[in-house]
Write a protein that binds this ligand. Structure first.
Ligand code: UPG
Length: 598
């Protein structure tokens, strides 16, 4: 009571609310006024921040937590009453007529799209010290994930503006959700690289706040063990992105600028943009309000399964069931073996890669009702089977792909399945854990993420008529991987399957030990026989024709042990470094027409 004089009117109301919600322990240890006053004020400021950054404020957080903790204690199944079944969606095959039709439609729509990158996660499973966006997506060119994403968006912007009709924005916006763990490093990465060619105003950083930890089943907020004037906090999950986009006013400003689609994507998938034109085309042609991108999934693989859930009362929805819940849900509903592969060698439930395309107008209408709040869950680790105490404090969490859960059944919710080799190769696991992944399942490591880029580019060139040598199987950091020729191009060279066909006009042969790098939009491969390394860089306006036979000692992968800390972490976590013996490097830094023959 005596400390009330330290607080403003609003702060007193907040404190009263907390007392009414059985949170008296937060203040019980406060000494007389005059002692620790500054710390008390900082504490109240933190409470105010926690209150303002959660939809409905702290009172809602505490009440939601109490209910979810009671359900968890009672062992209540979140899918009670629902029966899972395999949904039907749009299944695409790279390069066929339908795929090309969707790609064309997608490129047109790109100009009406805003991109949202969720990058607030620490990547605990990867164990990398820096932010994941700064990791090289591949080490042949050393392009980091963020640069690759930005270059792809800029290439989409150029390609789309060439086809633009009617009202559309001149620049494609990019919002990046960061957190206290990633914000400063993300900003630094952008600033020290001149935003990788984007206008600074095109990029908007939105920082998610952590949420209060919960100390017991009554949702009493946990004080930080090392500071009694601080509430302990933890990340709330990627689902925060919806509330942030809504409360920051970003969605309405995009709407006024003519944006029709919002495309969400994650921090480490070097293949993703190869799948974006076609999936955007599916959204546009099918008029989907929600379109999730999926790939074939191995049973028990750590990616969520897209599932149709039908309730006893007739309701049904197509939604992601997270990887730790799919197996128990199947077992509880009459599938005695749980999550298993069928005769195709894959789980019948497509794997959610968490690239979502939402139609902006219905999205805004929905968020007006919910303020962006997403269904939450809690995952306490109990001390024992009585479930009365926790091993350590817990918190509520939410996932961005749960957005469709609140939608009316009339909403058009669909999904698009792509070839895995084309669309999905994330970097999530550290080398030790990756090496333990069951044989045949993807490693999702820095090693496999990089190899997947070479494989995808090699396969794409093959499907466009090039003769690309077969891969060699090698082992790096205990992971057996296919090593294809190291073929890399930047998105300005080709975004779609038709672009590749156009740029590869004649015969092209590449040996397994070769490296081919193409950077530049107007490089035409008329005839190429490559056994070694060829790097072509052409500035805007330089039209280059390659008509050559190149043979040199090239670049090679040299194994590195991930435990060898004399080698940079970005390199040793992939288990090899690139030894550059010699190469042909062509740089065209002025506009004009050029032909390289040899
Ligand atoms: N992230 C945030 N804030 C958070 C937590 C994560 O922005 O509080 C970001 C993170 O940076 C990353 C993305 O969210 O870009 C996903 O995080 P990650 O830890 O990689 O997700 P997973 O637990 O592996 O699972 C997600 C989906 C799952 C899907 C899988 C596909 O929950 O359904 O199958 O990603 O990669």
């Amino acid at each position: 009571q005596k400390n009330l004089a330290l607080l403003s009117g609003d702060q007193i109301e907040l404190a009263k609310m907390l007392m009414g919600e059985n949170q008296g322990h937060l203040f019980a240890h406060w000494p007389e006024p005059g002692v620790d006053d500054e710390a008390k004020q900082l504490f109240v400021k933190q409470v105010e921040k926690l209150d303002s950054s959660y939809p409905g404020g702290l009172i809602s957080y505490i009440r939601n937590a109490r209910k979810l903790l009671a359900d968890s204690k009672a062992g209540k199944n979140p899918y009670y009453g629902f029966t899972p079944s395999v949904p039907s969606g749009e299944v695409l095959t790279y390069g066929n007529e339908t795929f090309i039709k969707f790609e064309e439609a997608g490129i047109k729509e790109a100009r009406n799209t805003a991109f949202v990158l969720v990058a607030g996660g620490l990547g605990e499973r990867l164990g990398y010290k820096g932010i994941k966006l700064a990791l090289p997506s591949e080490t042949t060119t050393g392009t980091c994930f963020l640069q690759h994403y930005i270059e792809a968006i800029l290439a989409l912007q150029n390609a789309s503006s060439r086809m633009a009709e009617g009202k559309c924005q001149s620049q494609i916006p990019l919002a990046i959700m960061t957190s206290d763990d990633t914000h400063a490093q993300t900003l630094k990465l952008l600033e020290s690289n001149a935003y990788f060619g984007m206008q600074q105003t095109q990029v908007k950083l939105l920082k998610q706040e952590k949420v209060a930890c919960l100390g017991d089943n009554d949702a009493r907020l946990a004080l930080d063990p090392s500071d009694k004037y601080k509430i302990q906090t933890k990340p709330h999950g990627h689902g925060d992105v919806h509330a942030l986009l809504y409360s920051s006013g970003v969605l309405t400003s995009w709407h006024s600028a003519g944006v029709k689609w919002v495309l969400f994507f994650q921090d480490t998938n070097g293949l993703l943009f190869k799948a974006i034109p076609a999936s955007l085309g599916v959204s546009s042609i099918k008029g989907y309000h929600v379109n999730s991108l999926a790939v074939l999934r191995k049973a028990k693989e750590a990616i969520g399964g897209i599932t149709k859930l039908t309730h006893k009362d007739g309701r049904s929805m197509v939604i992601n069931v997270e990887y730790n819940q799919l197996d128990p849900l199947l077992r509880a509903t009459g599938h005695a073996d749980g999550d298993v592969n069928d005769e195709t060698g894959f789980s019948p439930y497509p794997g959610n890669i968490n690239q979502l395309i939402l139609q902006l107008e219905p999205y805004i209408e929905e968020l007006k009702k919910t303020n962006g709040a997403i269904e939450e869950f809690v995952n306490p680790k109990y001390k024992d089977s009585s479930k009365t105490a926790f091993k350590s404090s817990t918190r509520l969490e939410c996932m961005m792909q749960d957005y469709p859960k609140s939608l009316d059944p009339s909403a058009r919710v669909g999904f698009t399945v792509m070839d895995t080799w084309l669309a999905y190769a994330p970097v999530k696991n550290n080398p030790e854990d990756a090496a333990k992944v069951p044989k045949g399942n993807p490693y999702h490591s820095a090693t496999s993420g990089e190899m997947a880029i070479y494989r995808a580019n090699s396969l794409i060139l093959r499907k466009s008529g090039a003769e690309i040598a077969d891969p060699k199987v090698e082992t790096f950091n205990g992971q057996e991987v296919e090593v294809w020729p190291r073929i890399v191009w930047n998105p300005h060279w080709a975004l779609t399957s038709s672009d590749v066909k156009r740029k590869l006009s004649g015969s092209c042969q590449v040996s397994q030990q070769s490296t081919l790098v193409i950077k530049g939009s107007d490089v035409l491969v008329e005839k190429l026989s490559l056994d070694g390394t060829l790097v072509v860089k052409a500035t805007e306006g330089a039209e280059v024709k390659i008509c050559a036979s190149v043979k040199n000692q090239g670049w090679h992968l040299k194994p590195v042990d991930y435990k060898d800390d004399s080698v940079a972490e970005e390199i040793r976590t992939r288990g090899f470094r690139i030894e550059k013996i010699n190469q042909i490097e062509l740089t065209y830094d002025k506009p004009g027409k050029f032909t390289f023959t040899s």
